[in-house]
Design a protein around this ligand. Structure first.
Ligand code: PLP
Length: 464
């Protein structure tokens, strides 16, 4: 069976290539040694041993010549750097929040938000969890409560907005614990763990009405909100003729603040921020950032990083950029789907998610089918992907057992502006080769388990 794409979507990269980075091809023997040494965890493989790196779209995008030029005008002053003010202007122009605190990356902002707003015994609802987001909520004494619509937990459901909040679930929580025990709701755009699935503007408007009534702030995880805006325009009535920029602004105007990992949407290798409209919260964040990140005008970043981020905001809202970004993800997803590979539908914006449960139905979830599949794909072709299943979900703090989430996935994440269509063909062919020999694949057992965010550093061994 071969993969041939006859109906190529009508998009092309809105850039040409000025600099290239050479990559190394490896032999099967080299890969066998590399994955063994990495404890069958793709996070622990050395980058030099990887051919096509689809581990994450975080900090792995290619910056433009303008962003690189921006790096040269870094004002490396300890305080009051010019680049901070450029970033502040860009955030207020495009996202619209009044106050900004830069952080070294997304989790730095999550730490500030969680420590400032969550009290011991609070509940934090969210449209599915994200690993670092939930951990920071828990470390601050909160309990995460999933209020995403049920469809999001079903890899087959074709709901166009699987990232939507189920307002009834939220209301049940409010009735049960009282709104005063809910410091905010955490709303993620293009929900990563659900397969990169967007929320709709209609859902956000309804959420906004509900939260205003109960005095619950909405805190946006803005990491992939520009990509979310793309889907709103494509799928929601009344948005077909609006610009990404105006949709982004409409989203932010319905929320009270945001944490941002600029390493995704914003096309930089490092950076993030916390932004909000409430002056008291801002003052606290501005003070706390000094403890954990650095002075409030650099938050753990160099001036040049803030300049690249400010320029990245302007490039990320460009229409042809997102058309090619999302077009490339769909190109890969369509090839896999046509070849009969089980993937999460609809296809999201940043990655293709292989459904490891169906790919390896004979491997029990506690033998980590997604972790196993990620290791096999590396062995097959040097392609690095990431587990998003039972290992990432961790253990239930109450029972100590694996959480065994409904979605057991392998994420093939596309960095922005980095790989070509030919790379995508190689990826699809390699996945197909693993699929053809799937019955001979056995699971893994965990041999080392770290206490926090175990998926990053856990080690495994093949089952006999
Ligand atoms: C990456 C990510 C984060 C964390 O950001 P870092 O920059 O990796 O610290 C938070 N939320 C979402 C949705 C993410 O994808």
């Amino acid at each position: 069976m071969t993969i041939h794409s006859s109906d190529r979507p009508s998009w092309a990269e809105p850039y040409k290539i000025k600099t290239v980075e050479l990559i190394r091809m490896t032999t099967r023997e080299e890969r066998e040694q590399a994955i063994r040494e990495a404890g069958y965890n793709t996070f622990l493989i050395k980058s030099r041993d990887v051919y096509i790196d689809l581990l994450t779209d975080s900090g792995t995008s290619a910056m433009s010549d303008r962003q690189w030029a921006g790096m040269m005008v870094g004002d490396e002053a300890y305080s009051g750097s010019e680049n901070f003010y450029n970033l502040q202007n860009a955030v207020s122009e495009y996202y619209g929040y009044k106050y900004l605190v830069p952080t070294h990356q997304g989790r730095g902002a999550e730490n500030l938000l969680s420590q400032i707003m969550i009290k011991d015994g609070d509940y934090v609802p969210g449209n599915m969890y994200f690993t670092t987001t939930r951990l920071h909520q828990e470390l601050a004494g909160g309990t995460f409560v999933d209020v995403i619509i049920d469809e999001a937990h079903d890899a087959h459901n074709r709901h166009p907005f699987k990232g939507n909040v189920d307002i009834e679930k939220l209301d049940r929580l409010v009735q049960e614990v009282g709104a005063e025990r809910i410091p905010y709701i955490s709303l993620e755009g293009n929900v990563n763990m659900a397969g990169g699935q967007p929320f709709s503007m209609a859902n956000l408007k309804e959420l906004n009405r509900y939260c205003r009534k109960h005095d619950i702030p909405i805190m946006l995880d803005a990491t992939r909100t520009i990509e979310n805006a793309w889907f709103i325009r494509e799928r929601e009535e009344g948005y077909a003729n609006k610009s990404l920029r105006s949709i982004l602004r409409e989203i932010c105007d319905l929320t009270d603040g945001a944490t941002m990992s600029a390493k995704k949407d914003l096309l930089v290798n490092i950076g993030g921020f916390f932004a909000c409209n409430d002056e008291t919260v801002f003052r606290k964040a501005q003070n706390m950032v000094v403890v954990y990140e650095g002075l409030h005008t650099y938050g753990g970043l160099a001036g040049r990083d803030m300049e690249a981020m400010a320029l990245g905001i302007r490039e990320a809202v460009m229409e042809d950029h997102q058309a090619s970004r999302i077009g490339q993800v769909r190109y890969l997803g369509d090839m896999l789907r046509k070849a009969g590979i089980p993937i999460v539908n609809p296809i999201g914006s940043h990655a293709i998610f292989l459904n490891a449960r169906e790919f390896l139905p004979h491997v029990d979830q506690d033998d980590y089918p997604a972790q196993t599949l990620a290791a096999e794909l590396y062995l097959e072709a040097g392609i690095r992907s990431m587990e998003r299943g039972n290992v990432s979900a961790g253990r239930d703090p109450e029972t100590g057992k694996n959480r065994r989430p409904a979605l057991e996935l392998v994420r093939l994440t596309l960095p922005r502006r980095v790989y070509t269509q030919a790379h995508m063909d190689v990826v699809a062919e390699s996945v197909l080769r693993v699929f053809e020999r799937r019955e001979s694949i056995k699971g893994l057992k965990m041999t080392y388990e770290p206490e926090y965010l175990r998926f990053f550093q856990a080690r495994f061994a093949p089952l006999p």
